[in-house]
Design a protein. Structure first.
Length: 161
């Protein structure tokens, strides 16, 4: 079982900034995947925010461009303030750096600006559905646990062709 507990505990920071952790984003990690084989030189480390209001994991356009993530489709996305009709969906891998959580080798991520956030990634319920997530605002504690490592989350159709 993997577990991550942040190194610092501060109720005011948790209330102001939310539960954040560092991740490493890269292309999907599968050999011979229709030309999408992982390239270890194309990874980017960035802060992420756990967002229980986000159904899907989101990366900023800048984060996606830095790693050159493959575009797989366009989809509709609802968000606070409205609906976006054509949002780019990419395929990625996510490693939870400095944590005892298993990496996710294949994951669909939505591309969206996060203009008021100090992060480049929102970890949505697609990933959270694989974890136990505990948030204690009174004490400033939060942690995630995983019982079983899941390396694929909703891989795109026909990706294994």
């Amino acid at each position: 079982m993997g577990r991550y507990t942040p190194p610092f505990r501060n109720a005011k920071d948790l209330a102001k900034f939310g539960p954040r952790l560092e991740i490493e984003v890269g292309p999907p990690v599968l050999p011979n995947l229709k030309g999408l084989a992982a390239d270890s030189n194309r990874v980017s480390r960035m802060p992420a925010l756990i967002d229980t209001g986000a159904s899907r994991t989101v990366l900023t356009p800048d984060a996606i461009q830095r790693v050159e993530l493959p575009l797989i489709q366009y989809a509709r996305m609802s968000r606070a303030g409205g609906m976006d009709d054509k949002v780019a969906v990419h395929v990625a891998s996510i490693k939870f750096t400095n944590q005892k959580l298993a990496p996710i080798h294949v994951l669909e991520v939505f591309c969206c600006e996060l203009p008021t956030q100090p992060v480049q990634c929102l970890i949505g319920r697609d990933i959270l559905s694989q974890w136990l997530f505990v948030y204690n605002g009174k004490t400033g504690d939060w942690w995630v646990e995983e019982e079983n490592a899941v390396i694929f989350i909703e891989p795109p159709d026909d990706i294994f062709g």
